[in-house]
Write a protein that binds this ligand. Structure first.
Ligand code: C5P
Length: 233
């Protein structure tokens, strides 16, 4: 049975410092990666990143950059300085913006003797419907522009990996219906459209599973994470 804990990324979309710190304390050291996006970063800024780093876990910064080449690259240089593991860009920002960014951050990181964060390209949001053709063409463009991975739904992960060889990062993971009933969570009562179970995510070859609310809104986040991992086998 493979150990899936290192592949679980818990999304900290929370508005309370106490809640974030509690969840990070409860889930580490088992959970090694946390995703911070606009919900937490707008309130707490780089401090939120330090709460995760203090527990020896890594940060995936999810701002989904979509801008002109210079603005994207300059923002990403600040990400290098924050010491994060990975961050996201919208692949729809286009080849020029993304390749400028990937070239500039690797140069900047070398100059500063820091590691270069991984760049993950968002194809389509998992809260929206999308065609596989559209997603594969965005993924190919991302690869040419130098991204290391693609954020996609579980249903596209296999095709993306086969076509591009990029890492597949899959949000929209939901407990199976039976597990959802056990933990009194409605598996479909939210905004995610292209959802899948963790078992399907594993079968798809997904490299990282991003899970937010099923874990962070649970009364017992550790148990919810453990149940989810066990549900994959
Ligand atoms: O709470 P939930 O499990 O739906 O969280 C999923 C996380 O993944 C959210 O932070 C959301 O912003 C993010 N995400 C997504 N779909 C994408 C890219 C990122 O749901 N395509």
């Amino acid at each position: 049975m493979p150990d899936l804990w290192p592949n679980l990324v818990v999304a900290l979309d929370l508005d309370s410092e106490q809640k974030i710190k509690n969840i990070v304390a409860k889930l580490t050291p088992k959970v090694k990666k946390f995703k911070i996006g606009p919900v937490a970063y707008t309130r707490f800024g780089p401090e939120a990143i330090s709460w995760v780093h203090k527990k020896s876990a890594e940060v995936f910064l999810d701002f989904k950059l979509y801008d002109i080449p210079n603005t994207m690259a300059e923002t990403a240089k600040a990400f290098v300085d924050l010491g994060i593991w990975a961050f996201t860009v919208h692949l729809k920002a286009g080849r020029e913006s993304i390749s400028t960014l990937t070239n500039k951050i690797s140069k900047y990181a070398k100059e500063k003797n820091k590691r270069t964060p991984l760049v993950f390209g968002v194809t389509e949001l998992t809260s929206k419907e999308a065609s596989l053709e559209q997603i594969l063409s965005l993924a190919k463009e991302g690869k040419e522009a130098g991204v290391q991975g693609v954020v996609c739904s579980v249903w596209e992960a296999k095709a993306i990996k086969e076509t591009t060889g990029l890492l597949a990062v899959t949000p929209g993971i939901r407990p199976s219906y039976a597990k959802a009933l056990e933990s009194k969570q409605e598996s479909s009562a939210d905004d995610q459209k292209r959802t899948a179970s963790l078992a399907d995510a594993v079968k798809s070859g997904s490299d990282y599973f991003v899970v937010g609310r099923p874990i962070v809104k649970s009364d017992n986040p550790y148990k919810a994470a453990e149940n989810l991992i066990e549900s994959a086998f």
